[in-house]
Design a protein around this ligand. Structure first.
Ligand SMILES: [Zn+2]
Length: 310
């Protein structure tokens, strides 16, 4: 069975798979990233995991993987296969593609950005299947995004395309980690909702999931916190709609777990803001925490099909 290695390197854990050409998952594995042991140890752990996956492929299917796709966080130079910077994992200008290629017997290696890889998978085999233009938004600790077009992801000239979390929706608002104020992620990320709900209740452990439950039981204070986040998110989506005109907005990440508690008011808030723009379908992501790994597998297969047609 022809297969590729798909690997998603996260801040705390790595998710990997061996993926067939039709996108089906043949084998899955997870391992801790071990960032507490330092950057060099993290890199060694990634290379060891990839080598073990290659061995798993040879054992199970009698042949080595044809290629590998690896999704990592931070700033990526996809063209040159360099992991430029990750605050979380500590590396700078790491030649990840070269290192993996050497370790895996010089098979082709694709290096991708974790959120853009997740968006790619959602667009091709998840919630955006069959959609030509979409916007993927992940509401987690921060807010990240990916612009889907013609079956691929538009990363921009410098690899920062799709960073909707740093669109300023409340000028002069809360301080963002990026240095600006009032960025979308300071208002509508899962962390932002957790912070706001902890403040409203005086309970430091109150989080976004608890806020969603309180909204569902009709708690007026929770409704205020929730609607603030929904309004900010709707402002961000409408800005994106004016610029990019996607047919579908796919919303994933921790906050999207709230389901209709999020999507019903969010759709209403988007619709009421539109003037001339066509309304996008606003839908939940489907692939959950395997999206980036599946996307890495798609990148690996794309690399092989480019080699055939080149
Ligand atoms: Zn920001």
């Amino acid at each position: 069975m022809k297969h590729v290695i798909a690997l998603d390197v996260g801040g705390t854990g790595m998710k990997a798979a061996l993926v067939a050409q039709d996108g089906s998952v043949l084998y899955e594995a997870r391992r801790p990233t071990g960032r507490e042991h330092g950057t060099d140890a993290v890199v060694a752990t990634i290379l060891d995991f990839a080598a073990d996956l290659a061995q798993e492929g040879r054992t199970r299917f009698g042949a080595a993987p044809l290629a590998a796709g690896v999704a990592v966080p931070g700033t990526i130079d996809e063209r040159n296969g360099i992991a430029v910077f990750s605050a979380n994992l500590g590396w700078r200008d790491l030649p990840m593609r070269k290192l993996l290629g050497e370790r895996l017997g010089n098979i082709p290696v694709a290096l991708g950005h974790d959120v853009r890889s997740g968006g790619l998978a959602e667009g091709r085999i998840g919630a955006g299947r069959g959609v030509d233009r979409f916007l993927f938004i992940a509401l987690g600790t921060g807010i990240a995004g990916a612009i889907g077009i013609h079956g691929g992801i538009e990363a921009g000239a410098h690899g920062y395309g799709g960073e909707i979390g740093h669109v300023v929706v409340r000028p002069g608002g809360p301080q963002c980690g990026c240095g600006a104020r009032g960025c979308l992620e300071t208002l509508a990320s899962a962390s932002a909702v957790s912070r706001a709900w902890a403040e409203a209740t005086g309970d430091p452990d109150a989080d976004a999931a608890a806020c969603a439950l309180a909204v569902e039981s009709g708690d007026p204070a929770a409704l205020v916190v929730w609607q603030n986040a929904v309004d900010a998110l709707a402002d961000g989506i409408v800005l994106a709609q004016s610029l990019l005109d996607p047919s579908t907005v796919i919303v994933g990440g921790g906050l999207a777990e709230a389901g209709d508690t999020l999507f019903t008011p969010l759709r209403a808030a988007v619709t009421e803001r539109l003037t001339f723009q066509m309304p996008p379908k606003v839908v939940p992501a489907m692939l959950k925490d395997t999206a980036a790994s599946l996307g890495a597998g798609l990148l690996a297969w794309d690399l092989l099909s480019m080699e055939v047609t080149a």
